[in-house]
Design a protein around this ligand. Structure first.
Ligand code: NAI
Ligand code: MG
Length: 487
């Protein structure tokens, strides 16, 4: 482990401040939520969902098969034809509002379950995932009876049944991103959560049940990749929305080629965070930490490639190292924790593999001294300096708390380096000059560009990528457009 001789090693100690779990109710076993009922999987198979912070089993979850997916799609079709598509839009809006309100009432429970099941810090689950998920339902509820204003002078219709497949990094939030606009536009849904993080989607199913949503409007089918593939390949699904790895995104795009199914893909990223010499350095360092470390790097738009202007690089790197020493890695339920657990053993293995690759490629690795819990999956915050543009650690998505640092001299150079990536999801620009921000925003190939901030989200704002980061937009009116057809 490398240390910086100029900075004294500081051991940060906090008294633990654990979020309570006594208000959480988890069933031992979760069935599939299809047609408004909890139904057993046709195979009779269940799989375990563990807490990656301590490897304890939280619950068993039904393994949905092709047959179950078929039953769910039929339920969604029936609900579409007989209830949801013919209901007055203002009535649909009331149901979506009701879901938002019930989620808010159960916010604390949802946040704690999100942390237990996925390993993210309670701070993130409580302050970001859950409030944003509620806001997506509130926001799209508002559009449900105003589609003619969303798309002026154009006549729109719903698509039908939407199949939605989501990943493990923002389980409840991704469910909200997918379900809320689909319902607002008048579609019904079959959604599959990721296999390591199904529990908040199942809690959302309970909320949907409590909201009295007509049976079959939202169906939650849990399972693995083959369950997702069964949704993608079902002949009676009109739209697929997928968030996850670029590899699976490519498989889905191939599978849908030549069909009439609409598709949106939100895939990986290797986003550039760019610091100019006139940037507010302390805020920028905080922005870097927020961009990649506070979330274990489990964000598709994580600012995983740092570009620092050469004349301030030494200062920025020194301050960053100092800040990393104060980050608390450990129990995600502790309100002091900055970096929680890596989502799964497999993901930790992927990250560890990249740490080795980085060292073999000749980059210099820095990790602050920190104590890591004996059980569970954890990775200390990691910096790589002396990184070449062609290095795999600078090109490939690692999806962990690992930052590569490169320097630049001119604007043209940094634009060229930042755009030299198969991905194009997001970017951050830190500078005092407004004109430079606009110039950079015009030239960077990224769907979202943050100026003097990073990882800020709002339901009104569209999100999505270029190149291998996918296509289509989620959020805002753009996100609504993905669930309608123009007639
Ligand atoms: P993944 O893409 O395999 O999983 C995402 C979702 O797709 C899960 O619900 C999974 O069950 C489902 N799925 C898997 N195979 C499928 C198929 N053939 N057809 C339909 N659905 C399928 O991602 P995984 O393996 O969990 O993570 C691998 C890498 O993907 C990560 O290391 C990271 O780089 C990237 N990733 C990107 C995310 C993003 O937000 N863009 C989220 C999660 C992972
Ligand atoms: Mg889990």
């Amino acid at each position: 482990m490398a240390t910086n001789k100029n900075i004294p090693e500081v051991e940060w100690e906090y008294a633990p401040s654990l979020e309570g779990t006594s208000h959480i109710q988890l069933k031992k076993k979760y069935d599939l939520f299809i047609g408004g009922k909890w139904v057993k999987p046709s195979s009779g198979k269940y799989f375990q969902s563990i807490n990656p912070a301590n490897e304890e089993v939280l619950a068993e979850v039904a393994y949905g098969s092709e047959k179950d997916v078929d039953i769910a799609v039929k339920a969604a079709r029936k609900a579409y034809n007989e209830v949801w598509s013919i209901m007055p839009a203002a009535e649909r809006a009331k149901y979506i509002y009701r879901i938002a309100r019930l989620m808010q009432e159960r916010a604390r429970e949802l946040a704690v379950i999100e942390t237990l099941d996925g390993g993210k810090t309670i701070r993130e689950a409580r302050d970001i995932d859950v409030p944003l998920a509620c806001n997506h339902f509130f926001y799209y509820a508002g559009w449900a009876d105003k589609l003619e204003y969303a798309f002026p002078n154009r006549k729109v219709e719903s698509l039908g049944v939407a199949g939605q497949i989501i990943p493990w990094n923002f389980p409840l939030l991704m469910a909200a991103w997918k379900i809320a606009p689909a319902l607002a536009a008048g579609n019904t849904v079959v959604l599959k959560p990721a296999e390591t993080t199904s529990l908040t989607a199942l809690k959302l199913a309970e909320i949907i049940e409590a909201a009295g949503l007509p049976a079959g409007v939202v169906n939650i089918v849990t399972g693995y990749g083959d369950t997702g593939a069964a949704i993608v390949n079902h002949s009676d699904v009109n739209k697929i929305a997928f968030t996850g790895s670029t590899n699976v995104g490519k498989i889905i795009q191939k599978a849908l080629a030549g069909t009439s199914k609409k598709l949106t893909l939100e895939l990986g990223g290797k986003s550039a965070n760019i610091i100019f010499d006139d940037a507010p350095i302390d805020q920028a360092v905080e922005g870097i930490v927020n961009g990649i470390f506070f979330n274990q790097g489990h964000v598709c738009c994580a600012g995983s490639r740092l570009f620092v202007q050469e004349n301030v690089a030494e200062k920025v790197i020194a301050k960053l190292k100092e800040r990393l020493k104060t980050l608390y890695v450990g129990n995600p339920l502790d309100k002091n924790t900055d970096i929680g657990a890596i989502n799964s053993k497999e993901q930790l293995a992927t990250i560890t593999k990249y740490l080795e690759i980085g060292k073999q490629e000749g980059a210099e690795m820095y990790q602050p001294a920190c104590t890591i819990p004996a059980k569970g999956f954890y990775c200390p915050p990691t910096l790589f300096t002396n990184v070449a543009q062609s290095n795999r650690i600078a090109q490939e998505e690692i999806f962990g708390p690992v930052l590569t640092i490169q320097t630049f001299r001119t604007i043209d150079e940094v634009i060229q380096k930042a755009n030299n990536s198969p991905y194009g999801l997001a970017a951050g620009v830190w500078t005092e000059k407004g004109a430079r921000i606009f110039n950079m925003a015009n030239q960077l190939n990224a769907g979202v560009i943050w100026a003097n901030t990073y990882n800020k989200f709002d339901p009104t704002s569209p999100f999505g990528g270029y190149k291998e980061s996918g296509f289509g937009r989620e959020g805002g009116v753009h996100g609504l457009a993905a669930y309608v057809k123009f007639v």
